[in-house]
Design a protein around this ligand. Structure first.
Ligand code: KIV
Length: 288
């Protein structure tokens, strides 16, 4: 990889100025990161949705620093040139600024991230400023904040009334003023996302935030149809892996149970001469 292939925050800023959209996906492991790179997906979020889609939790709250740093480093190994956003888990940045800087620093130093994402509003502007001062680029996640579901009363779209929308627009301004490098808008009306994207100099990534954002992010498992059932409304299925994978597992089981796997193509017999020698040795040891 030459350094000119590396996607940086400057690449994303240039894309915004040139009106070039970018596509981001979540990713939680090394081989999938390699697949994303092969497909030209060069912006990746190692998201705390890992706790839901890979570990089966009903929210992102159980994600921990150890989990997130481990999976994020694996994604980095699979996609060395991508712009990699690390997702700071619940309570890794809310309790105190020194703890937030220490934890964000781990994403940068141990996992090789390009920036960290924190779920914020104006009350955490000082946190965004402190991380930025500590040389850590910050993506400010605004709108529907999955780590605040208990406070929000569920996964509820934000900024629907004129007052709430204005507040969100002002929050975005304050994040930019505090030094954020990127904004991520989740679950906000299209019109509000358009105003924020047009007003901000920062690249704005959207999920369930309409078409105006500079980039779009989706959860990988939603677009692959990995799990049975319907994806969230804002996600689009690009394939249905669930039946394909279930069929492959069924075929494997049937062949094992039926004794056709492993066949000659997947077996490794001994060299003929060694097999003869082994038989000789076994027969002489039983006769002796
Ligand atoms: O963790 C995640 O996947 C996210 C996206 C839903 C934006 O934060």
């Amino acid at each position: 990889m030459s350094t000119s292939d590396k996607i940086t925050i400057h690449t994303l800023r240039k894309r915004k100025s040139a009106d070039e959209k970018f596509a981001m996906l979540t990713c939680y492991d090394y081989p999938t990161a390699q697949l994303l790179s092969a497909a030209g997906i060069d912006t990746i979020l190692a998201g705390d949705t890992y706790a839901e889609v890979c570990l089966g939790h009903s929210s992102t709250l159980p994600a921990t620093m150890e989990m997130m740093v481990t999976i994020t480093a694996a994604v980095r190994r699979g996609a060395p040139q991508a712009f990699l956003l690390g997702d700071m888990p619940y309570l890794s940045y809310q309790a105190s600024i020194p703890e937030a800087i220490h934890n964000a620093g781990r994403f940068m130093a141990e996992a090789g991230c390009d920036a960290v994402k924190v779920e914020v509003d104006r009350r955490l502007a000082d946190l965004v400023a402190a991380l930025t001062r500590a040389t850590i680029p910050v993506c400010a996640h605004l709108g529907l904040k999955p780590q605040s579901i208990h406070q929000m009363g569920g996964y509820i779209k934000q900024g629907k009334s004129a007052e709430c929308a204005q507040r969100l627009i002002e929050d975005a301004r304050q994040m930019e003023k505090a030094g954020a490098s990127l904004l991520l808008l989740e679950g906000v009306p299209d019109e509000v996302a358009r105003i924020i994207t047009e007003q901000s100099e920062l690249p704005v990534i959207g999920i369930a935030a309409g078409p105006a954002c500079d980039g779009q992010v989706l959860v990988l498992h939603d677009i692959l149809g990995f799990q049975a059932g319907h994806p969230p409304k804002a996600a689009k299925r690009y394939t249905e892996l669930h039946p394909i994978m279930v069929q492959a597992f069924k075929s494997f089981r049937q062949e094992v149970v039926g004794g056709t796997f492993p066949g000659p193509a997947h077996s490794t017999p001994m060299a003929a001469e060694e097999w003869l020698r082994l038989k000789d040795r076994l027969s002489s040891s039983t006769s002796g």
